[in-house]
Design a protein around this ligand. Structure first.
Ligand code: NAD
Length: 495
């Protein structure tokens, strides 16, 4: 008998017969371990109405009360982070230390949102005209939908919901149907933290649920993270239905290594950022641009490090776990075949990892002499496949990055501060690392890419997050001396 994962609605697990379900696998064994309920459009309607009712009262809770609830949630999550991480490893496959890391990064956003009383402070101008003062306030939107991908089942939702809730909104989270259990534990922790029922809800499902959220009149904002085609669809459909939308898409992150770089540091970084979490990170490095004459040396150092990576079940002492599903593993493996066919040099072939067992295995894979016309360069593969492109100059490397449709993250490795500074200024990418391969911004900055990696104007968390989950209002007030100006039909000149 496999476990069942239900929805979380109005403060409780929602256990009711469901017409549609999804299978959840343990990627390390390839076995189905649970079934998740898929919501119908009618159920989404019900949840949205309940969330709206909860919003009406939560948005009037004092800032002190809201901040205290956030602090409670922060403490509970810190105590239970091992349990959240274990659920992630069981359904996603990433190694436990990596799963713990993702919960910690999510906790940082919760900590940021604990400062909501400060973050919501507006401006005040006294005496803009005779007896007239002006002040600005920010108010909650209503019901916020969050739709998240499989690769960070706890961290990505936490990029959004701590700030949305702290700002006074109610949330409906639609996590990935591939690894939905972490979100259920987060829901329980919210309840234990004292969040009123209905402010945080979880509905599971696929396109049907997403479409129901995108068209629901109670849903006022949509925060989406996933692949670029779906991000674009969510942005277009959500905005057409009058919603505020931020939709973060896919990536192809390049690491540019200049000849003066510390090659051991660069090789460590390429291996960690290329193969950590089996390359299933939106900030993974998937292309390394080596500025000659260092390519032979650098490829050699990367290859020797790759031999030390232990691939195995994420609950053991392995460095890298399996891929999330069989379909995804096969897709990534098909890119390895395509790269070989296109003429790239296959330096390390990860397909031999299939001998580990019945799970969804693919080992770290390295291609050299990749060219921009190959699909392993143009497409987001989202697996443990690193492609090396050799270029003659910094300018040629920069051109490749800027001409690529994705613009999520990038990194430069160099010991030349002037070159690094030129790069940070010239590169058309949203998040830049200098001798840092995965430059994920801290919670008090904002996370987001450029070009096809983000649709919308505001990035996740930081001040952008506060702006996204609130709308501004400016109040002009006049408290007169007991004297009156009389009739004046002219537009005020405020002199
Ligand atoms: P995905 O696009 O398949 O799914 C994302 C979400 O959309 C899931 O909740 C899924 O149920 C839903 N969905 C799937 N198909 C849909 C459809 N046809 N209509 C409406 N909704 C649909 O992405 P994934 O495979 O879960 O995650 C991997 C992708 O996410 C990669 O492309 C990765 O780069 C991207 N990602 C981006 C960031 C970022 O910050 N830019 C962060 C993490 C992941």
């Amino acid at each position: 008998m496999t476990k069942s994962v239900h929805h979380w609605i109005d403060g409780n697990e929602y256990v009711a017969p469901s017409d549609r379900h999804g299978d959840i696998y343990n990627p390390a064994t390839g076995l189905v371990t649970a079934q998740v309920d898929f919501a119908s459009a009618a159920l989404v309607e019900e949840v949205a109405e309940k969330a709206h009712q909860a919003f009406l009262s939560w948005s009037t809770a004092t800032l002190t009360k809201r901040a205290q609830t956030l602090f409670n949630f922060r403490q509970l999550l810190d105590q239970r982070k091992g349990d959240v991480a274990a659920l992630i490893t069981a359904e996603h496959g990433k190694v436990l230390s990596d799963a713990l890391g993702e919960v910690s990064r999510g906790l940082e956003v919760v900590e940021f949102a604990c400062g909501i009383p400060h973050l919501l402070k507006g401006g005040y101008s006294e005496g803009v005209s005779t007896g007239v003062d002006v002040f600005s306030i920010r108010q909650a939107l209503g019901v916020s939908a969050i739709i998240s991908p499989f690769n960070f089942p706890a961290m990505v939702p936490m990029w959004f919901f701590p700030i949305a809730i702290a700002a006074g909104n109610a949330v409906i989270l639609k996590p990935s149907e591939k690894d939905p259990s972490a979100s259920m534990l987060l829901a329980e922790l919210w309840k234990e933290a004292g969040l009123p029922d209905g402010v945080f809800n979880v509905v599971h499902g696929d396109k049907e649920v997403v479409d129901a959220l995108l068209t629901n009149k109670r849903v006022k904002s949509v925060s989406f993270v996933g692949s670029t085609p779906i991000a674009k669809y969510v942005y277009e459909t959500g905005t057409k239905n009058g919603k505020r939308v931020q939709a973060l898409g896919g990536a192809k992150n390049h690491m540019l290594v200049l000849p003066d770089a510390d090659l051991d540091l660069a090789a460590d970084a390429a291996v960690n950022a290329g193969f950590g979490s089996a390359g299933e990170r939106c900030m993974a490095i998937s292309v390394l641009i080596a500025v000659e004459p260092i390519a032979d040396d650098l490829v050699g150092r990367i290859k020797s490090r790759m031999g030390q990576i232990k691939v195995g079940d994420g609950t053991t002492d392995a460095d890298m776990g399996p891929l999330v599903t069989e379909v995804h593993r096969d897709k990534v493996a098909s890119y390895v075949s395509a790269g070989e066919k296109a003429g790239a040099t296959l330096v390390v072939d990860g397909r031999s990892a299939s001998s580990i067992g019945d799970g969804f295995w693919l080992g770290p894979t390295l291609f050299d002499h990749v060219t921009p016309d190959m699909s392993i360069y143009s497409d987001e593969i989202f697996g443990p496949v690193l492609s090396v492109i050799r270029v003659p100059s910094y300018e040629a490397g920069l051109k490749l990055i800027n001409e690529h449709p994705y613009g999520n993250g990038t990194a430069i490795f160099t010991n030349d501060g002037g070159a690094a500074r030129k790069f940070q200024n010239e590169v058309e990418v949203g998040m830049v690392g200098i001798n840092v391969p995965i430059p994920v911004p801290m919670a008090y900055y904002s996370f987001g890419g450029w070009k096809s990696s983000l649709f919308g104007d505001l990035h996740a968390h930081g001040t952008d997050g506060v702006t996204f989950f609130t709308r501004g209002k400016v109040v002009t007030s006049r408290w007169l001396d007991p004297s009156h100006g009389g009739l004046n039909l002219g537009f005020p000149q405020n002199s």
